[in-house]
Ligand binder design. Structure first.
Ligand code: TYD
Ligand code: MG
Length: 462
């Protein structure tokens, strides 16, 4: 191989992708112990550039912006609306999407449904199965009622054979399930090791770019929620999606953490059923279906981070710590932000929570990272700490500042519209947002309760 001549050996941290010229016991990048792959990875000394620039833009010399706008590659819609929206309007020819999630969450099911749908639309789709046999995939396809003419299966684990078959077959869409189960003969390590996964992914990305094949790579998620193997995989690809759900619930949430072709704020909501994944027509209703009534520590928040507003339930639990160290657990909300909000609650509103264990969650596997989620988290914690129930007909949103002030939020009209649509009667929102909404002539069926600071919000809510 040409590239190998100018190559060097590096050791890679399996947790964060940090590279070092020699093996290290402790990673200087993420400070984890024993995460370095014991075998070196051979990489070209200058970063390998796969296939001359991003798909659809070509790699030969400058183009004018106007030209690039006209020549934008047409999207390949999978026909699964929730998936297309998260992708930013469908797949892009030559684009590579990594999709991660726990085993059993439904990655294979989702992608089989996507390739089947594209097959029905007259596209050629190749589903490379490296974990299951073609018969197993066919069985699942039957269960899903999939059977499009254009859908082809390839049971193969050698990346060179996958590439050769894909080049010969020239599909519009290729799925590789999973990237950890495919191996590259030339790279060191066993299938699924850092070096292997990187090499396999690099080969598949090169294939996608050179032949304009839209590609899905399935990746397994490790115990701590990262994509197994190197994070380095994440910057090889154009988009990274996570498919998640809570144990025992049929609801599944699809979201992007990286997307070169669209925003990362859209979420797709599905329900796992007998015949596969179904798009959820009314996500707010599905997310609030099992909401407890009359319990402290729960509040409804209207999210407006994507193009579609969504109502979700924020829950909090405040407990006496079992050890000298207090615990803060919030899988769905930024941990540092939570620490800050707890300090604000304690210092500015007199709700003593700093010596307590605090748990915050968002029901349904959704994640909230917009600033307007602050007030919902604050009120859920205050409600839990005081054992007082927040009225079940109330929605809450607003950003919280360090002095305890409640700051204006974006997307006020959309949030209020969704709350009213779902039959809520009252909204607690930043006073500045309420005033602007009224000034602009906005009307709402709900009672609007504008608050200027956290104390006023707590008074209004609990
Ligand atoms: P799968 O797509 O194999 O998950 P992954 O590829 O992420 O490991 O989905 C496995 C689960 O989905 C399994 O527990 C069965 C369930 N399932 C259904 O409930 N209905 C269906 O129609 C299918 C195909 C799977
Ligand atoms: Mg699978």
């Amino acid at each position: 191989m040409e590239a190998k001549k100018k190559s060097k050996a590096v050791f890679v941290c399996g947790a964060c992708g940090h590279e070092a010229p020699k093996w290290l016991g402790r990673c200087p990048g993420c400070e984890a112990w024993g995460t370095y792959d014991t075998e070196a990875l051979i990489v070209p000394s200058r970063g390998r550039d796969v296939g001359g620039g991003p798909a659809g833009l070509g790699g030969s010399g400058p183009v004018s912006l106007a030209q690039a706008m006209v020549g934008g590659a047409p999207r390949l819609a999978t026909g699964i609306g929730e998936l297309d929206r998260v992708l930013g309007g469908g797949l892009v020819p030559g684009g590579v999407v990594l999709i991660g999630g726990d085993p059993g969450v439904g990655k294979s099911t989702l992608l089989l449904q996507a390739v089947d749908s594209l097959g029905r639309a007259g596209k050629r789709a190749l589903y490379v199965t490296a974990e299951e046999s073609a018969e197993q995939v066919a069985l699942r396809a039957r269960r899903l009622g999939a059977g499009a003419e254009g859908l082809w299966l390839l049971a193969e684990t050698d990346v060179e054979r996958v590439v050769a078959e894909a080049e010969r077959f020239a599909p519009d869409l290729c799925v590789v399930d999973s990237v950890q189960a495919v191996h590259a003969v030339e790279a060191a390590g066993i299938a699924g090791s850092v070096g292997q996964v990187r090499e396999v992914a690099a080969r598949l990305v090169a294939l996608a770019k050179s032949r304009g094949i839209a590609t899905f790579l399935v990746g397994h998620v490790t115990k701590d929620g990262g994509l197994a193997g190197p994070r380095a995989l994440e910057h090889l690809v154009d988009a990274v999606l996570y498919f998640e759900g809570e144990r025992g619930s049929a609801l599944r949430v699809l979201r992007a953490t990286k997307n070169r072709y669209g925003s990362t704020s859209e979420v797709g909501i599905f329900e796992m059923a007998q015949g596969g994944l179904r798009e959820v027509a009314n996500p707010s209703e599905a997310l609030l279906r099992e909401r407890p009534c009359g319990a402290p520590g729960t509040v409804v928040m209207p999210c407006a981070s994507g193009a579609r507003p969504l109502l979700c339930e924020v829950q909090a639990l405040v407990a006496r710590p079992q050890t000298a160290m207090v615990r803060r657990v919030s899988p769905a909300f930024d941990g540092d932000r939570l620490a800050l909000l707890l300090a604000v609650l304690d210092q500015r509103a007199g709700v003593a929570v700093l010596d307590r264990d605090v748990f915050v969650n968002v029901v349904g596997g959704l994640r909230i990272d917009e600033p307007a989620a602050d007030l919902a988290v604050v009120l859920a914690v205050a409600s839990a700490a005081r054992g007082r129930v927040i009225d079940a007909q109330t929605i809450v949103f607003g950003e919280v500042g360090l002095t305890g002030e409640v700051r204006a939020a974006a997307g006020v009209a959309e949030r209020l519209r969704e709350g009213a649509r779902m039959g809520f009667r009252r909204a607690i929102l930043p006073e500045a947002s309420r005033a602007r909404f009224a000034e602009e002539g906005g009307t709402c069926a709900m009672e609007l309760c504008g608050v200027k600071d956290v104390s006023a919000a707590i008074e209004a809510a609990v």
